[in-house]
Design a protein around this ligand. Structure first.
Ligand code: HEC
Length: 157
C-alpha cells in the first residue's frame, strides 16, 4: 500500500478544488444553458421558476450600477433625467414584445442581433477580454432579470 498517502492527498486536493468551484459559481448561472430553455424567439419560462416583482424590476432597470437601461433607452421614469436614445423607447415595449421575447432579449440580445451594443445581461461565456471582477459572472442575477421582465410587461400604450 505504498500509494496510499498520495491518494489521500489527491483526494483532499480534489475536494478543495470542488469546494472552491462550488463557491465561485454559486448563484452565478452555473448550470444555465440557453439552448435548453430557448423556444423559438424567446425564453418562455421564468429563470427563477417564479414571476418577478415589477417594483424591484423598475429599481434594477434604472439603477446605473445594475441594469442601467436608461443609458440607451427611454423609460417612463420622470425622476431621472438623461435617458439615452441609442435603443428604441421601452415606454410601450409590452405592446410590441411577448414575455418570452423580452426575457431572451435581456438574457442575450446577440441571439437576435449579433452586432448589437446592448449588453448580454445573463451570459457568462463567449466573451473576450473580460475584466477579472466579471469573469464567470453574469451582469444581472436571475432574480433581477425576472423582476425587469415583470416591470417591462407593465409598459403598454
Ligand atoms: C449600451 C446600450 C444599451 C443598454 C445599456 C441596454 N440596451 Fe436594450 N437595446 C439597445 C439597442 C441598441 C437596442 C436595439 C436593438 C438591437 O440593437 O438589437 C435594444 C433593444 C432592446 C429591446 C428590444 C426593444 C424593441 O422594441 O425591439 C429591449 C426589450 C431592451 N433593449 C431592453 C433593455 C433593458 C431592460 C435594459 C436594461 C436592463 C437594456 N435594454 C439596456 C441598447 C441597450
Amino acid at each position: 500500500m505504498k500509494l496510499k498517502p498520495t491518494l489521500i492527498i489527491l483526494a483532499g486536493f480534489a475536494c478543495v478544488v470542488g469546494l472552491a468551484l462550488a463557491v465561485a459559481t454559486h448563484g452565478q448561472a452555473a448550470d444555465f444553458d440557453l439552448n435548453k430553455v430557448k423556444v423559438g424567439d424567446g425564453v418562455p419560462k421564468s429563470l427563477t421558476g417564479k414571476p418577478g416583482d415589477p417594483k424591484q424590476g423598475r429599481k434594477a432597470a434604472i439603477n446605473r450600477k445594475r441594469g442601467n437601461c436608461l443609458a440607451c433607452h427611454i423609460l417612463p421614469v420622470p425622476e431621472q433625467a438623461d435617458h439615452g436614445n441609442i435603443g428604441p423607447s421601452l415606454s410601450d415595449v409590452a405592446s410590441r414584445m411577448s414575455e418570452a421575447e423580452i426575457r431572451l432579449r435581456l438574457i442575450d440580445p446577440k441571439v437576435s442581433n449579433p452586432d448589437t451594443i446592448m449588453p448580454s445581461f445573463y451570459k457568462k461565456t463567449g466573451f473576450h477580454r473580460v475584466q477579472k471582477k466579471w469573469q464567470g459572472k453574469t451582469i444581472l442575477k436571475a432574480q433581477d432579470i425576472e423582476d425587469i421582465v415583470a416591470y417591462l410587461l407593465t409598459l403598454k400604450e
